[in-house]
Design a protein around this ligand. Structure first.
Ligand SMILES: Cc1cc2nc3c(=O)[nH]c(=O)nc-3n(C[C@H](O)[C@H](O)[C@H](O)COP(=O)(O)OP(=O)(O)OC[C@H]3O[C@@H](n4cnc5c(N)ncnc54)[C@H](O)[C@@H]3O)c2cc1C
Length: 524
């Protein structure tokens, strides 16, 4: 089929791409290693989207996004977002997603306040997309390779739910595979979001930019037995953050307001709470919050858990949340490989060294709509598509399939290496130690030959997580300063004279490592 657009990832970015590609007349196939819509980070989101509106002009949006990005945003991408956000958000609204507009923000409103807004968003969108002719979905299909021939994308290779290998050809492929938060021991992402997209892109020869910039969310539940859910803002006025001795942490650190700290000083606030949690613990005391607040968003979400929130403080701590870096693409979403498009969290350029709150979902909506539209155009103009080269039979290799316990242990080792080496505050030593731990993990992985579908998924996630963590570490070791979300204990100051630069990594498939350059940031 020549006009097929294959979309990898059924989150907000992937489904927006599907809608837009279908509108242009393409035949669309959305694949996801998990279910369509609800296994994604998009379904965990607070549903806040920042963008220009009647009372918040494009120039306000550009100013605030650049300020958060601390000199490393791609100026052209920020301005593209300012231009394209209003029509893309209208497209989302038109499919029936309930959006409330206030100032700079559109917010998804769940009819039941106990439901996470992202779930409402993705249920609505996935339901709409599934009902359209011309869009096919393939849940449970894990892409292990981006196929390209004669300098252009020509399909994907992977395995299905039963673990059977499958190749799908098509002239346009959209990579909407999301971020990598679950590579870290403490994270608030879906547990399988381990950087699969970055690894696919790197192995296909694409550069990865600014991978050292990882955002940690300050307040994530850390109580044994409770999921690592973020404390969704806005934060109730009567709630208190206390240390292990019961002292008020805001007063102790001279902070006026938690909401302000989360939105405007997220990186430093996370570092501060990290240090406090190392020193004995951070607790959220909700005892003084009036009863009425528990029936509305966001606290209503906590009512789903059995924890006695109204009787005793709950442990919280920062956790890995969002990747600022990723794949470079033109305004159309097309990457350096012809026919391969990228959108959503995997895309580089908008956020620079840190992300303005609410800008990730807006980016998914805008970059998804653009990538889908231009992928469809390219697919329809493609007279002939080079066929994929048949997959080489794997060379006779290791015999050890590995047990579930082996994969669990490797996952724990990878997450620990990420948390210790590429956590909230890093040093040269911490990053080098993590690289060396990674060597052992990759070597062990190389000796395993997964047999069942579950083992294949675990193996694929771990391989991707290892490549992604290596990119984060390699880019971080060279950057000898602190900026945005990237904080170094051994280089605590920001150094604009030397480091207003974007890291750019290239994967060496033979050696399994990256080479890194630091390119001057554009004049945003
Ligand atoms: C708790 C939480 C709250 C947040 N709240 C907000 C908010 O209010 N506002 C905001 O702007 N941002 C928020 N964010 C960030 C935002 O939600 C994400 O950046 C965004 O949803 C990412 O969307 P995406 O479509 O790029 O990826 P995802 O929604 O993560 O979807 C990616 C999909 O790709 C699939 N996939 C990956 N690799 C493969 C493969 N190899 N083969 C097949 N499928 C694959 C995955 O299974 C996944 O389903 C939040 C994030 C979290 C974790």
């Amino acid at each position: 089929m020549t006009n097929r657009v294959i979309i990898i990832g059924a989150g907000l970015a992937g489904l927006m791409a599907a809608l837009a590609a279908r509108k242009e007349g393409a035949s669309v196939l959305v694949v996801d290693r998990g279910p369509i819509g609800l296994g994604t980070n998009s379904a965990l989101a607070n549903g806040v989207m920042t963008g220009p509106s009647e009372t918040y002009g494009p120039e306000d949006y550009v100013r605030d996004t650049l300020r958060a990005g601390d000199g490393l945003n791609s100026g052209s991408r920020v301005r593209l977002m300012a231009r394209e956000a209003p029509p893309a958000l209208r497209l989302l609204h038109s499919v029936g997603v309930p959006l409330r507009e206030r100032g700079a923000r559109r917010t998804v409103v769940s009819p039941d306040p106990r439901v996470i807004p992202g779930v409402t968003l993705m249920r609505k969108l996935a339901g709409y997309v599934r009902g359209l002719d011309g869009i096919h979905t393939l849940p449970g299909f894990c892409v292990t390779e981006l196929l390209h021939r004669e300098g252009r994308a020509c399909g994907v290779r992977g395995f299905n739910r039963k673990g059977e290998p499958l190749e799908i050809g098509g002239p346009a492929v959209v990579l909407a595979a999301g971020g990598a938060g679950a590579v870290w021991r403490r994270h608030d992402n879906q547990k399988r979001i381990m950087g699969q997209g970055y690894a696919l892109a790197a192995r296909a020869g694409l550069p990865l930019l600014d991978m050292e910039f990882v955002q940690f969310y300050p307040l994530v539940l850390a109580e044994p037995g409770l999921p690592a859910l973020i404390v969704y803002p806005p934060f109730a006025g009567e709630a208190k953050l206390i240390d292990v001795s019961g002292a008020d942490l805001l007063a102790k650190h001279g902070l006026a307001d938690v909401n302000d700290a989360i939105v405007k000083k997220r990186d430093r606030f996370s570092a501060l709470l990290f240090e406090e949690s190392q020193a004995g613990g951070v607790f959220l005391d909700l005892r003084a919050v009036p009863a009425a607040a528990w029936s509305v968003h966001p606290l209503a979400i906590f009512r789903r858990f059995r924890f006695p929130f109204r009787e005793r403080p709950v442990a919280v701590a920062p956790a890995a949340h969002f990747m600022m870096g990723g794949v470079r693409a033109a305004e159309t979403g097309e990457t350096d490989l012809m026919g391969l498009f990228a959108c959503g969290e995997i895309l580089w350029g908008l956020h620079g060294a840190n992300r303005l709150g609410g800008n990730a979902l807006t980016e998914c909506v805008v970059s998804g709509a653009l990538a889908g539209r231009f992928a469809a155009e390219l697919a329809q103009g493609a007279a002939t598509v080079p066929s994929p080269v048949p997959g080489a039979k794997p060379a006779a290799g290791p015999e050890d399939a590995g047990t579930a316990a082996d994969y669990r242990a490797l996952r724990a080792a990878l997450q620990e290496a990420a948390w210790r080496g590429a956590g909230i505050i890093r040093t040269e030593d911490s990053m080098r130690e993590a690289l060396s731990a990674l060597g052992g993990i990759e070597e062990r992985l190389g000796r395993l030959a997964p047999g069942s579908a579950a083992e294949k998924l675990a193996h694929c996630d771990l391989r991707a997580g290892a490549v992604t963590l290596k990119a984060v570490l390699e880019a971080g070791i060279g950057r000898k300063e602190s900026r945005g979300s990237f904080l170094r204990g051994d280089y605590p100051a920001q150094d604009d004279s030397r480091w207003r630069r974007n890291s750019c990594l290239r994967f060496d498939a033979g050696g399994g490592g990256f080479t890194v350059d630091y390119l001057p940031a554009d004049d945003a």
